[in-house]
Structure formats: C-alpha cells, structure tokens
Write a protein that binds this ligand. Sequence first.
Ligand SMILES: [Cu+2]
Length: 424
Amino acid sequence: MDISAQHLALSSSLSYSTSSPAFRKAASKQAGTVHAPLLGTLGRGRRPVPASSPITAALHESKGDSNNNADPVELNVALDRRKLLLGSSSLGMAGLPSLLLPHSALGSPVQPPDLKLCTTPIDPGNGAASVNCCLPVSTTITDFKLPTNLPMRTRLSAHQVPSSYIAKYNQAYKLLRELPASDPRQYSQQANVHCAFCDAAYDVNGTQVEYQVHNSWLFFPWHRWYLYFHERILATLIKDDTFALPFWNWDAASGYTLPPIYNDSKSPLYDANRNPLHRTPAVVDLNYNFTESNSSAAALLAANNTLMYRQMVTNSKTPSLFFGQPYRQGDEANPGAGTIENLPHGTVHVWTGNPANPNDEDMGTLYSAGRDPIFHAHHSNIDRLWEVWKSLGGRRQDLTDSDYLNATFLFYDENAKLVRFGGV
Ligand SMILES: [Cu+2]
C-alpha cells in the first residue's frame, strides 16, 4: 500500500475544526528576501551557509523548475554544526565517501533504518550533554493496516478546546509519562522517536547515509504519521477513540500566542524548557531570528500574515517548492526543505525553545523538540496547512513520484507493536 492511499484514508478519518488561513487576507504579496535562519536543523549551529552549499543549491535549483513562477527567494540558512563536523571526519576516514555510498542513481524509495544499528550516544553539540535516543529493538515487525473502524476524529484549535477536552488531554499525558521507561509508547520514548529519526542515530537501511526526515519531501508524510501514532497512543491510554490532538493555530489572530493549556506548570502538558519571554500573551514572531521584535502586537500580526501568504501562496506554487526536494534510497540527507518547513515551522520551533540552553532546547533543536508536548500541537498545525495548501488550487497537489509514494516507515503503534508500512 503506498502512502498516498494511506494518506487518503487517514485524511478521510481526520478533520480540523477550523481552517483560518489568515494569510489569504494578507494584502501584500511581497517578493524579495525571506530570512530563513533555520532549515530543519532548527536553531542549532546558527551558521550561515554559503550559497554554494548543497542545501541552498537545491533550493536555488528548485526555483529553476519550469513549472515554477514563484517570486525570487533568497535564503540565509543555518546548518547543523555537528553534521558539518561529522561530514569532514568521515571524509578523513573514508577518503572519498561519495564514491563509496550508493546515491540517487538507485532511484528507489527510501527505506527505514534497521533499529538494531543505532549510533549512541548522540552529541547534540554546543556543550549539551550527549544523549541516547535509540529506539527499543523488536524482533517482530508487523505490516500496518490503517484501522477502518475508528470514528472520525476532529482536531480542535488548542486555544479553543473546552474544559472537558483539556481534562482528557491532561489525563492522557499523565498516563503517557507514567508508562514504564522501557515502553516504546512512554513519553520519553516518544520524544526519542523524533530524536532518532532526525539526528543521525540511524542510517538508511542498507546504506551508510544518515536517515533524516527533515529537509526533504519526507518531512510532511513522516510527521503526519508521527502525529497519528502519538495520537492513537494517547487515545488508547484514555480508552477514547475519538481523542484527537489539538493544533496550535499560530497562523490565525486567535492563535498567535502560546496556547494557555501548555502554561500550567502543574500540568503534564507543561515543559519548563521554553523561552520565558514568550509565555502568553507574547505574540509569536513567525520570522523569529533569535532577536526580540520591537514591533507592536498589531505590526507583528500583520508581518506574520504577510509571511504566511508568501510561504503558502506566492512561493509555493508547485509541489516541489512546498514539499521540498526528493529524498530517495541512498541519497545524502538534507537535499532541501520546502517553504513551510523552513518557516514558519522552524521559526516557531526556535521561538518556543529556551535560548538559555545550549541549543535552544527543548523545542529549538531536533533531538529534544519532541520532549515538549506543544511539539505535537505545532506539528498538527503544519499538518493542517498541508490540507489548506492543497485547497488553494492550481498546481498545489500532492507529489506523484513513486519514490515519494512508496517510502517506507517504521513506528511503534498504540499497542507497543513495531509496525512497517508503505512501499512493497
Ligand atoms: Cu521534526
């Protein structure tokens, strides 16, 4: 079963309570410079990449797409310092790694890693303590089938959820945190899923290249499935199949602050590792660049709307601009992110994380982002924007490349069983 069929089935059993693309109302369609201080690797490194880097090159190349008539985009991106170091050391050891590694000439869908082959510990860089985010190994891998008997679940705006929902959500997270540490569904293990598939813990199966679910077309589908299984785990813990994650509607005037349900320090939804300056009622800066905006709330809202319009409409008129660059079996990781992955996805991550920590942990860097329960509300909104983008028409349609459609994924499901799906 390919992921398009899965997505279709999943989309049809999920809905969002509102669709408020404020960006549609933004008056100006500004061309010109977009500052993208982050690129999937979030805040880490904060080092500008020269225009000739593979990442910027991929993005510039995408502008040459004959189907593309988007406005010019200039991207100043930051690259993961640690990955640069790893790249240079492997060069030293292996001589010419590009000659040794299988490359995109393979032209086949990317395969998930072998969980037995995990690099540990991971060094997050910038003086942060090393971490082990290897996932539990299971000898049994089951073929996943999307359940057909689940009720329609509706994701609500995190700013608008009723108190009965808040009680359920808190209870689910309490139970998630209380699971045994070895349980793959447990809170820390769930956070490790993001760390493991985003921070070079694994290689793509059968290759010596990093498995990475950011900075490519894998970003949207992988995160959709990550949310799906996380949501099903929470629903199972509270024995309520109608449970759905909320979404943080930062692209609408009603959602521009950190949702209050995450602010209660006694709640299991709380994370102390957030920027203290950005607690409610601070207005989110979708173009956040590690400096605090001096703009008024109204000016920030207007700038956010303009940015949303640019990223969703002006600069993403083709699938490749929106989804990012191809990532096939054997390809080097990070071929290039789509518009939304760059920002506001990346900017909201670092705006939320705590700059007092070495890498803006938790939300501001990949290995720790999943530790903050707000991660899932943030990504629910990213997932919603995928649907909103398609509703805008024109060439805004899902990718049809078979290597995209047949990418294979591995997750632990709500019964703590390792499941595999997609591909052949
Ligand atoms: Cu991610």
